[in-house]
Design a protein around this ligand. Structure first.
Ligand SMILES: [Fe+2]
Length: 258
């Protein structure tokens, strides 16, 4: 069911939280680099965030060995989301490249990076997504790649479209690509989203705004990189992902669908 809150009301809620967070930083508090788990403008976060203390587990019982993916585990063609069907998908072809780095700027090598996204019309191939935008028979929107020796990754895909969701009346997500990465263990799967520069929906989106620190938010936005653009083929966007440390890329606490 669609929440009947208006965008203006959501904006007021987001601006009030932002002002409160800014005041805390002005008073000497540390900036909040992670999203708030309880961020009321993002309506379903109220239901999803933990309400009890975390359950401690014996680290001996969980998997502490770094996952090791070899080049034979992932086919190189899986990083091109435009060649998975017999025809070409519709939309603006893009190259998305960057590096996965640890907090000290060292490359995170040979790690699995997975992406999923909507098509150019803003539609996911998922039965929960029933809004009236066309499916593209030539686009599934899922890809994966293993990072190279310098932590680099690269995908060829289609620029996804923004799409509506039912957080409030007339709620639209900014254009984004979902990313999944592993840290040093399977138990540390990290999920995040890359956005595109200049999106007019940033200020209106409670998921993007749930990170109250403007610099942490900005790290989720890829940069247009003309040197990455391929003549007569694709436009290039560069986005580095930092797994730990003060400049870490924001990571979701769970696998959110939106
Ligand atoms: Fe999404």
């Amino acid at each position: 069911m669609t929440d009947t809150t208006t965008q203006a009301e959501i904006n007021d809620e987001m601006r009030a939280i932002e002002a409160e967070a800014r005041a805390q930083v002005d008073d000497g508090g540390a900036p909040e680099l992670q999203p708030r788990r309880n961020y009321p403008p993002y309506r379903s976060s109220i239901l999803r965030h933990p309400t009890h203390e975390l359950v401690r587990v014996d680290p001996e019982e969980v998997e502490l060995v770094s996952p090791a993916f070899g080049h034979t585990d992932v086919n190189v063609l899986e990083s091109d989301l435009t060649i998975q069907h017999s025809g070409e998908p519709l939309g603006e072809r893009i190259t998305v490249s960057g590096r996965v780095l640890d907090g000290e700027g060292r490359p995170v090598r040979h790690q699995l990076v997975e992406v999923w996204q909507a098509n150019a019309g803003g539609r996911y191939v998922h039965k929960r997504d029933q809004h009236p935008a066309p499916l593209d028979p030539n686009f599934t929107g899922v890809g994966r790649v293993i990072t190279g020796d310098n932590g680099e990754y690269s995908f060829t895909t289609i620029k996804p479209g923004p799409y509506p969701w039912r957080n409030h009346l007339n709620a639209w997500r900014p254009t984004h690509i979902h990313f999944s990465l592993f840290g040093t263990a399977f138990t540390q799967r990290l999920i995040t989203q890359m956005y595109f520069p200049g999106d007019p929906l940033f200020a209106l989106d409670p998921i993007y705004q749930s990170i109250t620190d403007p610099a942490a938010r900005a790290r989720l936005v890829g940069a247009y990189d003309h040197d990455l653009s391929v003549p007569e083929w694709s436009l290039g966007y560069r986005w580095d992902i930092v797994l730990t440390g003060p400049h870490a890329t924001w990571m979701e606490s769970e696998e959110a669908h939106d």
